[in-house]
Design a protein around this ligand. Sequence first.
Ligand code: OFO
Length: 183
Amino acid sequence: MNTNRLSKTMSDGLNSQMTKEAAAAQIYLSYGAWADSEGYGGIANFLFRHASEERNHMMKFLEYILKRGAKVKVEAIPAPPQDPTDIQDCFEKVFQSEIDNTNAIYKLVKISFDEGDWATWHFLQWFVKEQTEEETLAMNLLDKIKIAGGKNASGDVLYELDRDLEKAPDEASLAETKTAENP
Ligand code: OFO
C-alpha cells in the first residue's frame, strides 16, 4: 500500500525548500564570519544565531516530509554570495534573501492550495508568519542604519548598533500578535 501522502510536485517543492533553508543558513553564516572579521562581533553573533534558526527551518521541512511518508532528498547547498561591502549592504542583502525565501514559500502555499493538500497548507502557515517576522526584523535594522547615516554612518553609531545587536531579540514583534492586554 502506498503510504506517501504528498504529491510528486509537493514533495519536490518541499525538498527543494529544505535545501533553500540550508542555503539561507549558509548565507547568514558567511555574513556573520564577514562581520566578525570587520570587527563587528555583536552583529556577527546576531547573524550566527540566525544561521541556526535557518537550520532549524531546514529540519522542520525534513521532519514534515518524513512524517507524510515521502522521500527526503538531501542535495548540495549552493555557495553563499560574495561578502557584503559594508553594514548597510549586509542588511540589504539579508533583506533581499528573506524576500526570495518568502516568495519560494508562497509558491508552495499556492501548490498546496491548488491541490487541496490542507495538511501541507497548514504546515506552511508557520513559515508564512516566520517570514513576515524576519522581513520586519531586517526592515527595522535597515531603518536604523538609514537614520544613522546609511553608508556614511559614523563609527560611534555602528559601534552602538553592534552592541545592541549582541543581545537584541531574534524575533520582531508583529502588530497582528498584539492584544489589548499585551500591547
Ligand atoms: Fe527560514 O526563515 Fe528566513 O529565510
